[in-house]
Design a protein. Structure first.
Length: 421
């Protein structure tokens, strides 16, 4: 009996060890990890300009910039950084100056220049990109990449993107395609608010669809390669990747903050509500000192639930920022990362609820206020903005919610690098 018990224990241990190895083998290998496995062979002997920040790391959390600085296979000649700076500590919208890291120049692409000038790239043979995007059109890391692609096309510099997961997965596409006349640095190309592409696929889409600025009336393309991940599937939640999440900017400390931003990001640009910035749950509130939390939740909860979004009554207080030292009452919102969730559609439902409770802030005169200017840029669709702000019915707002989405979904499939399952 004792021997039988020991055999059972050994069998269980072997099974558990095998399960652990299986789980480990299914952990997503990032583009940077694959580059290391390849011994940097695609970059052998080359001088590297690296677009990255603190989010650019291996699966073991080593900084990509540090790995390049120590590499004997290639030579790091400069670092390029996006909004928030290399360590992702600068507040949103704050210009970041140039610096020096790893004994090489570090050029900010969110300071005097948002597009690299020739002098920044003249000493490199190739530009490498390793940065964690969050899958939301208004997040400026893809805008920086777009400008970099444009500059590299002009200056004849090839680009290698080390791919990373879209934290929202590769299946959620939600929101109307941005209008051409509303493109800006917080919506630099005509794609939906949630596009469901990795950063590498986004670059391939921009290149393949000819979205870079034309020169002399001709389509411009960057010389572009993407080093794929291994084991990533479009249906994966971040938790299923086996990867640790590193904050990408001051208000995106967690994956749940990204899921929240997909819901409440546009709301933060309107005057009537706070979204929890400064709390432990940034982007996961929709609240105001001037609303009845129970009434607000009752008004919106069923519509949110139909879109896959969980909600409950919530109150927060912060010492600085929007509505300091006041109880902000309203709701908390949560998405569990289900591919069927519709976070941006939920954002519009919240805006419709706010319009019901604060109609005075959804008028033609109020549109002229500066916060609304950014709100227009974030929404980036004239029909939807006008329906929201100049008297359209709720159904008219919803009707314009996903204009152009189906065509985008057809186009984007050409640039998929990864399967669904």
């Amino acid at each position: 009996m004792k021997i039988f018990t020991q055999v059972k224990i050994i069998a269980i241990l072997i099974f558990m060890q095998g399960l652990a190895l299986s789980q480990e083998s299914n952990t997503v290998l990032l583009g940077i990890d694959n580059l290391i496995e390849m011994g940097f062979s695609p970059l052998a002997g080359k001088r590297i300009a690296l677009l990255t920040n603190t989010s650019g790391r291996t699966g073991n959390l080593e900084l990509t910039a540090s790995i390049f600085a120590q590499s004997e296979e290639c030579s790091l000649v400069c670092v390029l950084t996006p909004e928030h700076g290399f360590f992702a500590t600068a507040p949103a919208g704050q210009e970041v100056g140039n610096d020096s890291l790893y004994s090489v120049p570090t050029y900010s692409l969110y300071g005097k220049f948002r597009r690299p000038v020739k002098s920044m790239l003249e000493s490199c043979d190739i530009v490498v990109v390793d940065i964690q995007d969050i899958g939301i059109r208004s997040y400026t890391y893809i805008s920086t990449l777009y400008n970099l692609m444009d500059a590299c096309a002009e200056f004849g510099k090839p680009i290698l993107i080390l791919d990373r997961p879209n934290p929202l997965g590769g299946l959620i596409v939600d929101g109307s395609v941005a209008d051409q006349d509303m493109l800006s640095f917080v919506g630099i190309v005509p794609i939906p608010y949630l596009h469901g592409l990795t950063i590498g696929e986004f670059a391939l889409y921009v290149n393949g669809e000819g979205l870079l600025p034309k020169r002399n009336g001709k389509t411009v393309k960057a010389e572009l390669q993407v080093l794929k991940m291994k084991h990533w599937k479009r249906s994966m939640s971040w938790e299923q990747t086996g990867l640790k999440f590193v904050p990408t900017s001051p208000n995106i400390p967690t994956v749940n903050a990204i899921r929240g931003a997909a819901i409440t990001g546009p709301i933060g640009e309107i005057g009537s509500a706070g979204i929890g910035i400064g709390t432990s749950f940034p982007f996961q509130y929709c609240a105001s000192p001037d609303v009845n939390a129970e009434a607000f939740h009752e008004y919106v909860k069923e519509n949110l639930a139909m879109l896959g979004i969980h909600s409950g009554i919530g109150v927060y207080r912060i010492s600085s920022g929007k509505y300091p030292n006041k109880d902000c009452k309203g709701i908390m919102v949560f998405s569990d990362g289900n591919p069927n969730d519709k976070p941006y559609s939920a954002s519009i439902e919240l805006l419709l609820a706010l319009r019901h409770f604060f109609p005075e802030q959804f008028t033609k005169d109020y549109v002229k206020d500066e916060p609304k200017s950014m709100f227009r840029k974030i929404i980036a669709n004239n029909e939807l903005v006008n329906a929201l702000l100049i008297g359209g019915s709720d159904d008219e707002v919803r009707a314009s919610l996903n204009k152009g989405k189906e065509e985008f979904e057809r186009k984007r499939e050409k640039y998929f690098l990864y399967p669904i399952y």
